[in-house]
Design a protein around this ligand. Sequence first.
Ligand SMILES: C[S@@+](CC[C@H](N)C(=O)[O-])C[C@H]1O[C@@H](n2cnc3c(N)ncnc32)[C@H](O)[C@@H]1O
Length: 425
Amino acid sequence: MLEIQRLATLALTQVLGGKNLDHALTDARGQAKGQLTDHQRASLQDVGYGVLRHRTEIERVLQQLFAKKKPEPPLDALLMVATYQLLHTRVAHHAVVSHAVEVAGLLGATSAKGFVNGVLRNLLRQRDEFLNVAHETPEGRFSHPAWWIDKVSAQYPERWEALLGEAQAHPPMTLRVNRRNSSRDQYQARLKLAGIESVPVGLEGLILAEPVNVKQLPGFDQGDVSVQDASAQYAAELLALHPRQRVLDACAAPGGKTGHILERGNALELLALDKDAGRIKKVEANLRRLNLEAQCLAADAGDLKSWWDGRPFDRVLLDAPCSGSGVVRRHPDIKWLRRAEDIPALVATQERLLETLWQVVRRGGKLVYATCSIFREENQGQVETFLAKHPEARPQWIDDPLFHEGQIYPDQAHDGFFYAIFQKA
Ligand SMILES: C[S@@+](CC[C@H](N)C(=O)[O-])C[C@H]1O[C@@H](n2cnc3c(N)ncnc32)[C@H](O)[C@@H]1O
């Protein structure tokens, strides 16, 4: 536990300085004294993610405990880690406090040991009072930046609290069964034999009762199953594929949807693009594991000259770069790393990609536009702009109660996602 607090503090210090959480956790694991067990790795991840899920609440609680100004790094991060553990985990309180005091010493802040002890003991004494004050504002209640809360409450006046609340929940681990290798029922039975409980979701999905290491999943290395959220599993379905079609997956990395399209389709000719050369290698690795083939190319999908041979596509998937505002529960650092000014730039990129890729769709063909966002300007806003410019684009409504004007709201079983389908007349 002490080592987890120390490593989580190192990771959080980096994230508070602007680093991506997964990279910071990888760095922190590299500084572990000895090999971390699976359980320790999971605990470190839980603390790193948990602090960022509840960051404003934790900060507002701690503000009340600091008589003067807030302590300097890494002490601020250590106190956030310990406060998260005291408020949101079942770790014994005395252990959290005494280890935090020791970690302060290990981090070179020996003179602050008494301060750490005092702050955390005071917190335990008046926990509920401190929490009540922290929760007086929506920022303290939902732990999102003010601009984000303002946007979501303006765009969803009746649902914003539920949407922000979902973003603080723990996401489930969801699998997609490779229907080429077995049916979902068959795979679920194999999981059960391996002691892993699951429930069906969507057409090919299984939500696990508890997350597991993928190494424990039967047939994972043989491509029998992939890890993919239930909302993301709609892309292949909405493309309505037919045998031998020419398909473009324009923003493909790391290849979750590429693999699904090929599992679903029959003799498809698929081109997978991503502008990030490192990430396109992940698409290739994913397809190798699934024993599937596609042409994979590192290219800017918006620059046709660099990759298009002039032959139109029957189907185009544009899984666009976006704010990620629908997947905050999986990546809680998103809400702290994104700034309000980033959104117009993302919207402009999405619009440019949509405009360009529409040119490569053959007449009668379809383009599916997707984001993992709940911000309307990236979703319905894009659709309105696009349709106003393209009378030849026929929008196809998605006939499924999960979709609200193309939007899947984040809920226990689903990430927040958006889909629009355009057919070229
Ligand atoms: C939402 S992710 C795609 C996820 C992927 N479809 C999957 O299911 O695994 C968006 C991807 O778009 C890529 N990207 C961003 N701008 C691009 C561009 N102009 N051309 C091609 N790829 C781009 C990013 O590198 C990123 O990998």
